[in-house]
Write a protein that binds this ligand. Structure first.
Ligand code: 3HC
Length: 407
């Protein structure tokens, strides 16, 4: 099915960015919210992205206006009778998402695809709340959505092949890179990213380094921004909720850092609230420093650990190896997704986590994870697919095969 008209439900920053991406490809989009202020915010996000294109000389004022004219902002479902796909970007609560899908079923034609931009929640569970689970699918954009190339496509248990094919084609038409990912909590990229963000936060609250020092070390390693800059951009509430959800699904190895609820309680939600790990503007914050001191003196977190970047990056590699074992995506797709979804590089090359493991040597990765498990706990235990390859002498580049093969 060719998609002629799309809709986005939920006009927050993400909803606005997704609507902008759709108009940029030349398609009309209806953007709906229940709140006029949110709708205005979404429209402002679209305008500001296009103003950025004009300021960079990539587009004329006239072109900008014709793209913006493709958006129909609305508080009602009146314009939904001929939409081919709806992307929902409403708050990350299963009950809210299911309620929206039920409403959509009443107003959209039978063939309309219902895509969810959920960060982590179950697509199958959403589909089960509708009378047409074969048309329900995950379509996960990355932040900032107008810049990041990747879109994860997540079929639920009942999604049919035609829907998967249509959404893949639609994603390509938006000039994005689609990757089909098996359903699991956090899907692929958030499942790999969260242990790394969580470990950075644990290193911070244990006093092993400051946020700026950790950010700097990570950028030196090859990520385009450090974990605290990234979390402040994504929203501490979003990271906190995804982290809690992954903990509830995967257990102890994903136990969230103690600082997340503290920041959320204090309303430090990141850039959007003017403060998160950092003050915006202002940088490192005495308030966060005090929170860390309180956590340490109450004995809620350990102290005295020495900062080691392996602590952040190796859990990401370990989780990627588990995704290989579980067939969440193919080895090339896992690497491509981290490069296109998070801008990951290593040693100046665009390499994903499995290619990085091959470069470091799988025997070295296993040894380092074992040492971290001794020092910091069992969440670092090397996963079976890593140990299996290390024992079979599939050590990566140095033996010409690891996760990838080398000439
Ligand atoms: N917030 C919003 N937009 C931002 C931003 C921020 N903090 N920083 C930069 N941008 C936008 C800019 O406005 C610019 O847009 P424009 O083209 O319309 O002017 C665009 O990004 C490019 O910015 P720059 O030219 O300044 O480019 P940089 O070289 O600084 O790159 C970046 C910025 C693309 C954000 C880069 O740092 C990057 O790739 N960071 C990693 C982002 C990432 O990991 N995203 C995925 C997170 S996981 C996720 O989203 C899943 C969700 O479910 C939680």
């Amino acid at each position: 099915m060719y998609i002629f008209k799309a809709a986005v439900v939920g006009a927050g920053t993400m909803g606005g960015e997704i609507a902008q991406v759709i108009t940029y490809s030349g398609l009309p989009v209806v953007m709906k919210d229940i709140d006029q202020a949110m709708l205005d915010k979404g429209m402002e996000r679209i305008h500001s992205i296009y103003r950025g294109r004009v300021a960079k000389g990539k587009m004329s004022e006239g072109e900008m206006q014709s793209k913006i004219d493709l958006v129909t902002p609305t508080l009602t479902y009146d314009e939904f009778e001929d939409v081919d796909i709806v992307i929902e970007a409403v708050p990350e609560k299963m009950a809210v998402k299911q309620a929206v899908l039920k409403e959509l079923e009443q107003v959209c034609p039978e063939q309309t695809i219902f895509a969810s931009n959920t960060s982590a929640l179950s697509v199958s569970e959403m589909g089960a709340a509708t009378g047409k689970p074969h048309k329900v699918i995950g379509m996960h954009f990355f932040n900032p959505a107008h810049v990041m190339k990747l879109v994860e496509i997540i079929p639920g248990l009942d999604t049919d092949q035609e829907t998967i094919d249509d959404v893949e084609m639609f994603t390509t038409s938006l000039r994005k890179l689609p990757v089909v990912v098996q359903e699991c909590p956090g899907f692929l990229v958030n499942r790999l990213l969260m242990p790394y963000l969580n470990e950075a936060t644990k290193a911070l609250e244990e006093g092993s380094a400051t946020a700026a020092e950790i950010d700097q070390a990570v950028v030196g390693w090859g990520m385009p921004m450090g974990p605290f800059t990234l979390m402040d951009m994504l929203g501490i509430d979003i990271c906190g909720h995804v982290g809690e959800y992954l903990y509830s699904e995967y257990g102890e190895r994903m136990a969230p850092a103690a600082l997340f609820p503290k920041l959320i309680e204090a309303g430090r939600l990141g850039e959007k609230s003017g403060a998160g790990f950092y003050d915006h503007p202002g940088g490192e914050s005495p308030v966060v420093k005090k929170m860390i001191q309180e956590l340490q003196s109450s004995g809620a977190v350990r102290t005295g650990s020495v900062f080691n970047i392996d602590r952040l990056m190796l859990p990401l590699i370990n989780e990627a190896a588990l995704c290989v074992q579980e067939n969440i995506a193919t080895i090339p797709d896992i690497d491509m997704s981290m490069v296109a979804g998070t801008g990951m590089t290593y040693g100046g090359e665009r390499l994903g986590p499995l290619a990085v493991a091959d470069k470091i040597g799988l025997d070295v990765v296993v040894e380092k994870l074992e040492a971290l498990a001794q020092e910091l706990g069992p969440r670092f235990r090397p996963s079976r697919p890593l140990k299996l390859r290390a024992r079979a002498n599939h050590l990566g580049e140095k033996t010409a095969r690891g996760f990838h093969e080398y000439a």
